[in-house]
Write a protein that binds this ligand. Structure first.
Ligand code: ARG
Ligand code: GLU
Length: 743
C-alpha cells in the first residue's frame, strides 16, 4: 500500500492495522477489497498545488479525463483561474470571456436585498440585466483570484522553538510573516496572504488578485432561488434554483479598480465551459472552491463536547431567536423584506447543528474516534521516539477540554446572544467610535462620519419592535441558563428593581435609549466630542452593553483564552503526531477558507432504515411541492406555464427538466457557489448545500451519508433562457456536449 494513492477513512485504517496480524491469503483478499473500496474514498479537501503528488492517480481511476496540471498551473491558464472567492464568504466562477460570474442566490442575497424595497423587491421578483448598462454596482463586494500558492513553512517557522510560550511563538511567527511579505516580489495589483495549515504545522503563501467592481447581473425570484426555504434547507430531495449572477469590471488595462463608470467587463485568464450533457450515477465530479472551516482531526473528547454542550446551547438560543423573527415576518411585508437575510442566516446554522449532532450519533463518531485513538496510542507506545513526544497528548487534550467546557459554554451564550440583539451591536459600534476618538482625538469627525454611514445601513434593516422582543427573549436565556458569575450585575440590578420582569426592562430600555434610530443618535451626539461621548456613555443601552461586555471579559475571557492556548498547543502536537504515526494515510488539511478541490462520484444514499435516496430531482418535484401563495413553496406562474408546455429548450432530458443532483464531494460552508465540474473540467452544476444527515462531515466525514447538493447547470440555463429570457447572457457562454465528443 503506497502512501499517496489512498485516502483511507478511519475504518479502513483500523482494518489496515489488523492486516499485519493476518494470514497471507487473507491479506491478499483484503487488499483486493481495499483497492475496490478506494474509489469510494471521497473524503478530503485537497490543496490544488499538491494534486499531482497526492491525488491525480486516484482521480483518474475514479474517472477524471484531464490532468492535475489542467486544474492548477502557474505557467499557463488552468481551471483555478476561473475560481473566485466571492466577498470572502462564498465561491463564484467565471463563465464567460466578459467576466460574467456565477454564484448562489443565497450568496448574492445581501446584494440583491440592498437594491430592493417593498415597492421594488428584487428578492420577490428577481432581477435581470439585459445589457451592461442595467447592471447594478455593489459597494464593498469583491472577487479574489488565486495567482499562485507556495509552501513557506520553513520561513514562517524560522527560529520558532518548542520551549516558547504560545504568545512568544505567535509573535515570532508574525514577525517572520511580516518579513516574508516585505521581501516577497509581487505586482502592485497583487496581494499576499499567509495561512496556517495542519493546526500550525505548515504555512502556505497565496498571491491573490482582488477585483472591487462587481455588479449584479441576474437573480431569479426567491420562489426559485430559495424554493423550499427553511423547510427544504439542508434537505434532499431538493428543488432550489440557488443561483445569481454578477460581472467583474476592471480598468482599461484589465486590472483591479474601484467602481467607476469607465470600467469595462473583465477579460478572464480562464472561463469555464458549460456542459449540456448532465451527469449520471457514478460520474466523476469535482468541486473547486473556498471551504471555510472544518475540524477533522479533533480528539473524541472535543467531539463529545460539541455534541453534548456547544451545539445544543447554540441550537436552543437560535430556536428562540427564530421564533421571535418569524412571528413578525409572517405578519408584516416590510419587516419580511428587512429581515429575510438575517433570518436565513440564523436558521441556516441552527438546522445544520441539529443535523450534525444527529449524524455524529448515527455514524457512531465517538466510537470511531475511540478506535482511531486506540490505534494511535498503541503505535505511539510501541515506538520510543514517539512515546517520548506524544505519549500523553491525548490524555492532556481530554483534560484540557474538560477544563474549557464551562468557559466555552459561556462563550457560546455570549457570542450567540449579543449579535442577535441589534441594540447591543449598535452600542458596540458607538463604543468603537469613542475608543477611536480616545486614541486619536483629531480624527473625531472622520470616525463619526464612518459610524453614521454604517448605522445608516443598519437602520435600513432594523425594526425596534422586533429588536425589543428579541432582547426580552434572549436576555432571559442569558440570565437563567448561566451561572450567576457570568451574568452582568447591572442587568441583575435592573431585574431586581423591576419585579424580575423581562418585559418591563425591555419596555423601559427601548423607550429610553437613543440607539433605536439614527436621528436620535445624531441628536445625542450633536455636541462637543467630550459632551457627546459622555451623553453616549450615559445612554441606558450603552450602560447595559458595557457591563455585559465587562462581565464577559473578566469572568469568561481569561479562562477561555488560557485554556484555548493550551488546547491549540496540544492540538498542534496531536496533529503533528497523526501525520507521523499514520504514514500510510493521505492527509489533507482542515478547511481554512483557502482554495481546495474535492472530488467524488455522483450517487444517492441510504438515509436511514428503509429510506434510500435517488441522486437526481426533476421539475416534476417542484410541482409536487407547489403550494399556491405559500411562504416557502409558491411557484411563479411563468414557471408553471413553461412546465405545462414542456417548454424546456435544449436543457431537458427526454421531456423532463433536471433540477438538482447529489454526489460524494466533501464540501462545507464557503463552498456555496462552487462549480461542480465533470471529468473534463466542464461546469455541470453549482454547489449550494449538503444533505442534512451528513452535515457532520465537517467533523467526521462518513462516505455512507455525506453528500453535497448541486443545482444542475441545465436548470440554471433554463431559468436564464426560458424564464428570464435573458438571451444576452446565454449568448456569452460557451456551451459544450462532452458526451457527444464535443468537449
Ligand atoms: N444550507 C445552505 C448553506 O449553508 C444554504 C443556505 C441558504 N438558504 C437558506 N434557506 N437559509 O449556505
Ligand atoms: N450552503 C453552504 C454555504 O453557504 C454550503 C453548504 C455546506 O455547508 O456544505 O457555503
Amino acid at each position: 500500500m503506497r502512501p499517496g494513492i489512498l485516502a483511507p477513512t478511519d475504518n479502513f485504517l483500523h482494518l489496515f492495522f489488523n492486516l499485519v496480524y493476518m494470514k497471507k491469503y487473507t491479506i491478499v483478499l483484503l487488499l483486493f477489497v481495499f483497492s475496490t473500496l478506494r474509489s469510494i474514498a471521497d473524503e478530503g479537501m485537497w490543496l490544488p498545488q499538491l494534486l499531482q503528488a497526492l491525488n491525480e492517480k486516484q482521480m483518474k481511476k475514479m474517472g477524471m479525463k484531464i490532468s492535475a496540471a489542467d486544474i492548477y498551473n502557474i505557467s499557463k491558464s488552468s481551471l483555478k483561474d476561473a475560481i473566485i472567492s466571492f466577498g470572502g464568504f462564498c465561491t463564484a466562477e467565471v463563465i464567460s470571456d466578459k467576466g460574467l460570474i456565477l454564484t448562489n442566490h443565497h450568496c448574492g442575497l445581501d446584494a440583491i436585498q440592498n437594491h430592493s424595497s417593498v415597492e421594488n423587491n428584487y428578492i420577490q421578483k428577481g432581477f435581470w440585466a439585459y445589457n451592461y448598462g442595467q447592471e447594478l454596482q455593489n459597494p464593498g463586494l469583491f472577487a479574489t483570484f488565486i495567482v499562485r500558492i507556495e509552501d513557506v513553512s520553513k520561513q514562517v517557522l524560522n527560529e520558532v522553538t518548542s520551549t516558547m510560550s504560545e504568545k512568544e511563538r505567535q509573535s515570532q511567527i508574525d514577525k517572520n510573516i511580516n518579513q516574508l511579505k516585505k521581501d516577497y516580489k509581487k505586482e502592485s495589483f497583487e496581494d499576499i496572504l499567509v495561512r496556517s495549515f495542519f493546526d500550525g504545522n505548515k504555512y502556505f503563501l497565496f498571491v491573490t488578485e482582488t477585483y472591487k467592481d462587481v455588479r449584479l447581473v441576474g437573480a431569479p425570484p426567491a420562489s426559485i432561488g430559495n424554493f423550499g426555504k427553511d423547510t427544504d434547507n439542508w434537505m434532499w430531495p431538493r428543488h432550489t434554483g440557488d443561483f445569481s449572477m454578477f460581472r467583474i469590471y476592471a480598468d482599461k488595462n484589465n486590472k483591479p479598480a474601484a467602481y467607476s463608470p469607465d470600467n469595462v467587463p473583465y477579460t478572464p485568464k480562464r472561463s469555464l465551459k458549460i456542459s449540456l450533457d448532465g451527469t449520471k450515477e457514478g460520474d466523476f465530479t469535482m468541486v473547486f472552491g473556498f471551504p471555510s472551516r472544518t475540524t477533522q482531526y479533533l480528539p473524541g473528547a472535543a467531539v463529545k463536547q460539541i455534541m453534548q454542550v456547544n451545539d445544543p446551547a447554540k441550537i436552543g438560543i437560535r430556536a428562540k431567536a427564530l421564533a421571535v423573527l418569524i412571528g413578525f415576518m409572517r405578519k408584516d411585508e416590510h419587516i419580511k423584506v428587512q429581515y429575510t437575510a438575517k433570518y436565513a442566516s440564523i436558521e441556516n446554522a441552527y438546522k445544520k447543528w441539529q443535523g450534525e449532532v444527529l449524524g455524529l450519533t448515527s455514524t457512531n463518531a465517538l466510537q470511531k474516534k475511540a478506535d482511531y485513538e486506540n490505534i494511535f496510542q498503541q503505535r505511539v507506545n510501541a515506538n520510543p521516539e514517539w512515546k517520548s513526544k506524544y505519549a500523553n497528548v491525548l490524555s492532556e487534550l481530554s483534560a484540557a477540554y474538560q477544563k474549557i467546557e464551562p468557559f466555552a459554554y459561556a462563550r457560546d451564550y455570549y457570542n450567540e446572544i449579543m449579535p442577535k440583539i441589534e441594540l447591543m451591536g449598535i452600542a458596540a459600534d458607538l463604543n468603537g467610535m469613542a475608543n477611536g476618538y480616545q486614541k486619536e482625538p483629531a480624527s473625531y469627525q472622520k470616525l463619526k462620519d464612518k459610524l453614521f454611514a454604517k448605522l445608516e445601513e443598519t437602520f435600513k434593516e432594523y425594526n425596534a419592535g422586533v429588536d425589543k422582543k428579541m432582547f426580552e427573549s434572549l436576555i432571559e436565556m442569558y440570565v437563567k441558563d448561566q451561572k450567576a458569575a457570568n451574568v452582568s450585575p447591572y442587568l441583575t440590578g435592573l431585574l431586581a428593581a423591576n419585579n424580575q420582569s423581562y418585559t418591563t426592562i425591555a419596555e423601559d430600555l427601548y423607550s429610553k435609549t437613543a440607539f433605536t434610530s439614527l436621528d436620535k443618535i445624531k441628536a445625542l451626539l450633536n455636541a462637543t466630542p467630550e459632551e457627546a461621548i459622555i451623553a453616549m456613555k450615559n445612554d441606558p443601552a450603552f450602560m447595559l452593553y458595557s457591563d455585559m461586555q465587562k462581565t464577559y471579559s473578566t469572568s469568561v475571557s481569561p479562562g477561555l483564552n488560557e485554556n484555548q492556548a493550551e488546547i491549540n498547543k496540544l492540538q498542534r502536537a496531536y496533529m503533528q503526531a497523526q501525520l507521523e504515526v499514520f504514514k500510510e494515510k493521505n492527509f489533507y488539511p482542515d478547511a481554512n477558507s483557502t482554495l481546495r478541490l474535492t472530488y467524488g462520484n455522483v450517487k444517492g444514499y441510504r438515509a436511514r432504515d428503509a429510506v434510500k435516496y435517488d441522486y437526481y430531482t426533476y421539475m416534476d418535484g417542484i410541482m409536487e411541492k407547489y403550494k399556491p401563495g405559500d411562504y416557502e413553496f409558491d411557484v411563479p406562474q411563468k414557471l408553471i406555464d413553461l412546465y405545462n408546455k414542456k417548454d424546456f429548450g435544449p436543457y431537458a432530458v427526454k421531456g423532463r427538466q433536471p433540477v438538482c443532483f447529489i454526489a460524494a464531494n466533501h464540501t462545507t460552508g464557503g463552498n456555496s457557489g462552487s462549480p461542480a465540474l465533470d471529468a473534463y473540467g466542464n461546469l455541470v452544476g453549482l454547489n449550494f448545500d449538503r444533505v442534512w444527515e451528513g452535515t457532520m462531515s465537517d467533523i467526521n466525514y462518513d462516505p455512507s451519508i455525506c453528500r453535497n447538493i448541486m443545482v444542475d447547470i441545465r436548470y440554471v440555463l433554463f431559468i436564464i433562457d426560458k424564464f428570464a429570457e435573458a438571451k444576452n447572457l446565454i449568448a456569452e457562454m460557451n456551451l459544450v456536449h462532452p458526451k457527444q465528443g464535443k468537449k
